[in-house]
Write a protein that binds this ligand. Sequence first.
Ligand code: PHE
Length: 335
Amino acid sequence: MEEKLRQLQVEANGAIEAAQDVAGLEEVRVRYLGRKGEIADIMGKMKDLSNEERPLVGKFANQLKNEISAKLEQRRRTLGTGAAETEKVDVTLPGMQRRLGHKHPITQTMERINEIFLNIGFRILEGPEIETEFNNFTALNIPQDHPSRDAFDTFYLEDEFLLRSHTSTVQIRLMQKERPPLQAIMPGRVYRPDATDASHSFMFHQVEGLMVDERVTFADLKGALDIFAKQMFGTQTRVRFRPHFFPFTEPSAEVDVSCIICKGKGCRVCGQKGWLEILGAGSVDPAVFKAVGYDPRQYTGFAFGMGVERIAMLIYGVDDIRLFFENDLRFLRQF
Ligand code: PHE
């Protein structure tokens, strides 16, 4: 009988360890400690034992009962904390869907602009946001008394450094470093201390373009921008050049595209004009070539600069530039 108890001891310990939940433990308890369980069964047969054997076996049986009770309790506590219970994997449940992030609408727009120019032979270059007065103004033929040099129009840092007010600075860096032929677009952030409102931000993005070689003409500029407009806004898009002035291009133009909303008929977005202004452009001014050490009799070129936010607002129908920079996910998730 003692032999039988030892066997029960081993079995019960194994069953307690194997139980995976509280219900399983309860089954083990009933099987060994229950009124009709294994130990009760042995107790019931004790009357057949000799007087010497009976107390020994009785003592062992009681010890075993206590031992099993204690182990059940211990195991119940481990399972009861929920650890094993909640860690069980239900492989039939659908997987967890994680929301993938995506690029900011301004980044998407800038990358689309870059891609179009890449496809027609331009390479992409970047320059620093902290610049010299020389690269931002002097080399670009912007005279000392030009209003854009004013402290109200430019963020000045110490010495002759400033936050660039346009990406035309990268034209200068490129021309100082390399000789023509050059064909590059230069995307990046620019800064102007403008009061913020629905259409102004102290920081925004531009994409600059530059092509320099022997015999580059204004017609090349028109061709490149026409391809850009049709790929960016649709094949029906028309382009219009209006005479304008920039110190670093001559002649200069402001470039409009036919309104992408009303296709030129006149609507609220284009202010009934049928045209939307998207960029400034022109032939590189000989004074700029002189500033970078090129011979203006040998080389000609064109340059343009466009505002990325303005284009993104037109494409996506966004009417307030501030929405792009507030990091409100309810807005950004729409793109
Ligand atoms: N730099 C001009 C601006 O910021 C845009 C421009 C670039 C115009 C190149 C002509 C040529 O307004």
